[in-house]
Design a protein around this ligand. Structure first.
Ligand SMILES: C[S@@+](CC[C@H](N)C(=O)[O-])C[C@H]1O[C@@H](n2cnc3c(N)ncnc32)[C@H](O)[C@@H]1O
Length: 277
């Protein structure tokens, strides 16, 4: 199997290919209104974004909160380079962000360096989310709001029933757990924040429940979901978690469901908010 740039940086479920980087941008756009509906950084100026990827959320953060400066850290050079290219092509964002390579479990900043933090789809990939939250708390000033948005993969439902998709989904989640991640971390964010010494902890369950009320949005989401699932296909095949017949079955079933006039797509994730004291 040919190696795409950056895939050997560190084990990572989705990889770092250009297709994956484009998927992150699409993902941020598809979920923007749901993710940002309840996020308020109006009192903040120096935001820390951890696991910023290709800057897909950074662009949204800086557009929605024009007073913010974002310091974006990611472990992957490939992601940071893609973020630099993307954000660099947007002149209105000039001087409003800094991209820095760092491990979220060992942030290269002193205490009180920031007054807000944003983490989205990243704690699910780290072996020690508690350590990341401890680092985030250390570098924030008292009173800073923190928003975490994370997966809760037990919530996924696709109708009509699609056996290869379910087989693949189980393998996908198993593989993430074996790689040190947690595909169910959304449900645990409240406990993690309390144990980490954060205050005013609250959580919201956010759901995509798409059916005949919004057929166009349902179709787009199922198409996007197929890309999300298949972003891990090379790794799952290589690890022997699935065979080619299952991957082909996923393509076939997702195509059928996408074109089914009565399809249902359901997925919930969790957003937590907390304050540092
Ligand atoms: C699914 S992407 C999400 C990117 C971005 N937050 C978004 O929503 O578009 C997860 C990102 O976390 C990064 N990452 C994984 N482990 C990390 C770590 N220990 N420290 C910093 N970044 C990490 C990956 O390189 C990847 O860019």
């Amino acid at each position: 199997m040919s190696e795409t740039p950056g895939t050997s940086e560190f084990p990572y479920l989705h990889g770092f290919s250009e297709i994956e980087q484009a998927r992150l941008v699409k993902q941020a756009q598809i979920a923007e209104t749901t993710i940002f509906h309840d996020i308020d950084y109006s009192g903040a100026q120096r935001l820390l974004e951890v696991g910023s990827g290709v800057g897909a959320q950074t662009e949204i953060l800086l557009r929605r909160f024009p007073q913010l400066h974002a310091t974006c850290v990611d472990l992957s050079q490939a992601q940071l380079q893609a973020a630099g290219r993307r954000l660099g092509a947007m002149p209105w964002l000039r001087d409003r962000y800094l991209l820095q390579q760092a491990d979220a479990t060992d942030l290269p900043f002193g205490p009180r360096s920031f007054d807000a933090a944003f983490l989205c789809w990243v704690l699910e990939h780290v072996p020690s989310p508690a350590r990341v939250l401890s680092e985030v708390r250390r570098v924030l000033s008292p009173g800073s709001p923190v928003y975490l948005t994370e997966v809760m993969n037990a919530s996924f439902l696709l109708d009509p029933y699609s056996p290869n998709v379910w087989r693949y989904w189980m393998a996908f989640n198993d593989f993430q757990i074996e790689s040190g991640g947690d595909p169910f971390i959304g449900a645990k964010l409240g406990n993690l924040l309390l144990a980490g010494g954060f205050r005013d902890v609250s959580t919201r369950i956010k759901t995509f429940h798409l059916d005949n009320r919004e057929p166009a949005r349902r179709k787009a989401m199922i198409g996007f979901w197929q890309e999300l699932l298949l972003s891990a296909a090379d790794q799952l095949l290589e690890a022997g978690k699935v065979g080619n017949e299952v991957v082909e079955g996923v393509r076939r079933e997702m195509h059928q469901v996408q074109n089914d006039p009565d399809a249902v797509f359901f997925y919930s994730f969790v957003q937590a908010r907390a304050i540092v004291y």
